[in-house]
Design a protein around this ligand. Structure first.
Ligand SMILES: [Fe+2]
Length: 191
C-alpha cells in the first residue's frame, strides 16, 4: 500500500507505543479509512440511483447509514493523526491502494441495489474484523475503535438483508458472490 503519509509524518507518538507498533497501526487504520471512505461513496451513489417500489424508504435509510459511517471515517482518520501520522482521505490514494473494483450498478431497482450493497457490506465487515484481530496485539484504543464500528456496520447489513430475506430467513441473493449476479438474482426474485 502506498500513500502520502509516508512523506508527511509527525514526530510524536502516544506514550508507551513503539515506533514499530505505531507504524503497523497506521497501516491498519489507513486501510480501514479507505474501506470506509469507499463505502460512503457507494452508499451515496446507491441513494441517488435506486429506483422503483420502495424507493423512498431505501433512499432515506441509506442516508442514515451514511451519517454513521462518515463519523467512523472521521474517528479512524483522527486516530491516525493521534498516532502522529497524516491520514490520507484523498481519492487518488484510495484508488491506488484498493484491491476491489468500483461498485457495479448504476440506476437499478431497490432489490438490485440492496443485493449488491449486501456484498459491499460483507467485504467491509470482513476487512474490519481482520484489522480488529491484528490490532488486538498492538493497541487497546484502536481495537476498541474497530469494535465500536463493527456493531453498527453489522446492524446496517442486517437492515439491508432484511429487505432480501424470504419468510424462511433465506436471502434471495444468497448464492451470489458478484454484485451484478446478486443484483440480477434479487431483481428476478420479485418478477
Ligand atoms: Fe440526498
Amino acid at each position: 500500500m502506498s500513500d502520502q503519509s509516508d512523506q508527511m509524518e509527525s514526530h510524536f507518538r502516544p506514550a508507551g507505543l513503539t515506533e514499530k507498533d505505531a507504524e503497523d497501526l497506521r497501516k491498519l487504520l489507513q486501510d480501514r479509512l479507505y474501506g470506509l471512505l469507499d463505502l460512503t461513496l457507494v452508499i451515496k451513489h446507491a441513494h441517488w440511483n435506486v429506483v422503483g417500489v420502495g424507493f423512498i424508504a431505501v433512499h432515506e435509510m441509506l442516508d442514515e447509514h451514511l451519517i454513521a459511517i462518515r463519523k467512523m471515517v472521521d474517528e479512524v482518520a483522527e486516530r491516525i493523526a493521534t498516532l502522529g501520522f497524516v491520514p490520507n482521505g484523498l481519492a487518488g490514494g484510495l484508488v491506488e491502494a484498493r484491491d476491489w473494483d468500483d461498485y457495479a450498478l448504476g440506476r437499478a431497482s431497490v432489490d438490485a441495489h440492496l443485493a449488491a450493497l449486501n456484498l459491499v457490506y460483507t467485504g467491509v465487515i470482513d476487512d474490519h474484523r481482520k484489522a480488529l484481530s491484528k490490532a488486538e496485539s498492538l493497541d487497546p484504543v484502536t481495537t476498541d475503535l474497530f469494535t465500536q464500528h463493527l456493531g453498527p456496520l453489522e446492524l446496517y447489513q442486517w437492515f439491508v438483508r432484511a429487505h432480501l430475506a424470504n419468510v424462511d430467513g433465506v436471502l434471495v441473493s444468497a448464492d451470489e458472490e458478484i454484485e451484478e449476479s446478486a443484483a440480477a438474482a434479487a431483481a428476478s426474485s420479485r418478477s
